[in-house]
Structures are given as structure tokens and as C-alpha cells.
Design a protein around this ligand. Structure first.
Ligand SMILES: [Zn+2]
Ligand SMILES: [Zn+2]
Length: 75
């Protein structure tokens, strides 16, 4: 797969980040491809800001791949 715009680099190579639950302070592992993550302790749902070209790139389907495109586009 070629890079068309670079907007999808994060999505094709998922990176792991640690976020903190704003409700209970528990650390939560968040992959760059996760849209929303539920806190394992209190159930609070954290939304991930996905950096990608899906919203504006006309090659988005090719950029991120068919499967991921469908997953991210539906919301
Ligand atoms: Zn929590
Ligand atoms: Zn793109």
C-alpha cells in the first residue's frame, strides 16, 4: 500500500497510548485505531480523537484499508 496523503499512518500502524479516566483516574490503554474505550473500573466511555484523513481524503478507503474505513466511517 502506498502513502497517498500520510493521514492514515497512525491507523495502519496502531500505536498504544495511555489515557487517564476522567471519572476515576484509572489508566486506560488506548490504541490509535480505537474510537471509544470503556474504563474497566467505572465504565466511563472515553472517546479517542482519531487523526486520519477519512473525513476529507477521497482516497481514504485505500489509505486506511477497506476494513478500517468501514469501521470508522459508520459513526
Ligand atoms: Zn474510570
Ligand atoms: Zn488519505
Amino acid at each position: 500500500m502506498r502513502d497517498k496523503c500520510g493521514g492514515a499512518a497512525n491507523l495502519r500502524t496502531p500505536t498504544l497510548k495511555i489515557k487517564r479516566c476522567p471519572e476515576c483516574g484509572r489508566e486506560i490503554e488506548v490504541f490509535s485505531t480505537d474510537m471509544e474505550i470503556k474504563c474497566g473500573k467505572c465504565g466511563f466511555v472515553i472517546y479517542n480523537e482519531i487523526e486520519s484523513c477519512i473525513q476529507w481524503c477521497k482516497y481514504a478507503r485505500e489509505c486506511v484499508g477497506d476494513e478500517l474505513y468501514k469501521k470508522l466511517k459508520k459513526t
